[in-house]
Design a protein around this ligand. Sequence first.
Ligand SMILES: Nc1ncnc2c1ncn2[C@@H]1O[C@H](COP(=O)(O)OP(=O)(O)O)[C@@H](O)[C@H]1O
Length: 168
Amino acid sequence: MRVAVTGTPGTGKTTATEHLDTDLDIVHLNDVIQEEDLYTEVDEARDSKVADLDAVRDWLDGREDVLVESHLSHLLDADRVVVLRCAPGELERRLIERGEPSEKAEENAESEALDVILSETVRDHGKPNVYEIDTTDRDPAAVADDIEAVLAGDRDPSAGEVDFTEYL
Ligand SMILES: Nc1ncnc2c1ncn2[C@@H]1O[C@H](COP(=O)(O)OP(=O)(O)O)[C@@H](O)[C@H]1O
C-alpha cells in the first residue's frame, strides 16, 4: 500500500509522521529530493528547489508499503491520501516559530485558507480516497493516532469538513 501524507507547509506532516507506529517505510520526500538531487531548478526568489516529479516517480518505483510525507505527495500515485489541515493563524505562527520568513509564512497561511492542497488532492485522487485531519490545537501524537486509524481502515474518507471559522 502507498499512502501519501500531504498538506500546506506547517500543518505538521514531518512531526506527526515521526510519531507514527507503522510497518510502512516512512519517506520524508523533501529530504530525498535534496539528497538525491531530484529537482529541475532552484527558485532563487522563493529560496526553494523545483522538484522533478518524473525523477521522484522513478525513485519511488518498486518501493512498496511506503508512506510518503511531503506537500507534493498528493501529486504522486497513492492508495490513500491524508491531508493535514491547520487554521491559517496557527499555521502562520508555527512557520514563523520554525524560522520561516514572514512572507513565506503569510503565503502558506493564505494557501491553507483557500484549501489549495485539499482541492488538488480531491481533483487528482477522488473524494473516497481522501482523509482530511485537523491538526489545529492538537498534539502531534493525537494527529499520528488519526493517521494510524486511516492506515488501519478505521476512519471514513472526508474532505471539506474542517471548518476554520471555529478558530476565529
Ligand atoms: N500539532 C502541532 N501543534 C503545534 N505545533 C506543531 C504541531 N505539529 C508541528 N508543529 C510545529 O510546527 C512547525 C511545522 O511542523 P512540521 O512538522 O515541520 O510541518 P510540515 O512538515 O508540514 O511542514 C514545527 O516547528 C513543529 O514543531
